[in-house]
Design a binder for this molecule. Structure first.
Ligand SMILES: [Zn+2]
Length: 134
């Protein structure tokens, strides 16, 4: 006899002992359902909290990155891209890529230029460019 058949048979019984056992079984099932609901709500709460924390951390990271980008831009804007006195020569280093395009970078502020973007006053001799010579 399977469980459902047993329950159907028991539910039609007039025996007060069987009826009491059925009532107790229903109470236990309700208790179990309540515990499972509590557990599910706790799990959902933990998940929501984890998502909230991740979002706050992500927003903090984005804000930090924006602050860093602004600080770098300000540093680059204040840099004359030249070595200190007395030489005052260009502080630019450069490298040609495999297509012969020169990429330049200031050794102090890391501002970058590609090809003809580099101001004439900061140009460096071609033999100081790394990479394949044209
Ligand atoms: Zn610079």
């Amino acid at each position: 006899m399977d469980t459902i058949t047993a329950l159907q048979t028991a539910s039609s019984s007039k025996d007060p002992g069987v009826q009491a056992a059925l009532l107790k079984l229903l109470e236990k099932q309700a208790e179990l359902a309540s515990l499972q609901m509590d557990e599910l709500q706790e799990t959902r709460g933990k998940r929501a909290e984890a998502i909230r924390i991740a979002k706050v951390m992500q927003e903090g990271t984005i804000a930090d990155e924006k602050k860093k980008a602004i600080a770098v831009k300000n540093h680059q804007a204040g840099c004359d891209h030249r070595k200190p006195a007395p030489s005052h020569e260009s502080a630019i280093a450069g490298q040609r890529d495999h297509q012969g395009v020169a990429h330049f970078i200031c050794q102090y502020c890391a501002q970058e230029w590609t090809g003809g973007e580099l101001p004439l006053s900061l140009r460096i001799p071609g033999d100081r460019l790394g990479g394949p010579q044209i």
